[in-house]
Write a new protein. Structure first.
Length: 119
């Protein structure tokens, strides 16, 4: 499916698929960088003070939360790829109208047009 954008470019399934694949690769790279931060926090009393351990535990918790957010985005991107395969990508799941290319560019996983998303 080809769609004419506001700026005159034509975005087709191949281009959307490439954008989604690039974002998935970014998420994988972010996961690789965050693996160490999610690791077990050393609780050796001799190695670090109490505040340092608390800071390490907080950092670990934030890294786990970031991982969970990335996993949610990854699932949404994979669902977008499935919609591309089914020919439904770029159409609002509520009203069936086309989702503007500008909205999809900002959020590759958008499933609703602005009208339906705003309630």
């Amino acid at each position: 499916m080809k769609r004419k954008s506001v700026m005159g470019a034509i975005m087709g399934d191949v281009e959307w698929r490439a954008l989604i694949a690039a974002r998935l690769a970014e998420l994988e790279a972010d996961d690789a960088r965050g693996r160490e931060a999610r690791g077990v926090v050393e609780l050796d009393q001799q190695a670090v003070g109490r505040l340092s351990r608390q800071d390490a535990l907080l950092s670990q918790s934030m890294a786990k939360a970031a991982t969970a957010r990335r996993e949610g985005e990854r699932r949404a991107l994979i669902a977008a790829l499935h919609r591309l395969d089914a020919g439904d990508y770029g159409h609002c799941e509520d009203c069936g109208e086309e989702i503007p290319e500008a909205r999809l560019t900002l959020d590759l996983t958008a499933m609703r047009c602005v009208s339906c998303a705003s309630g």
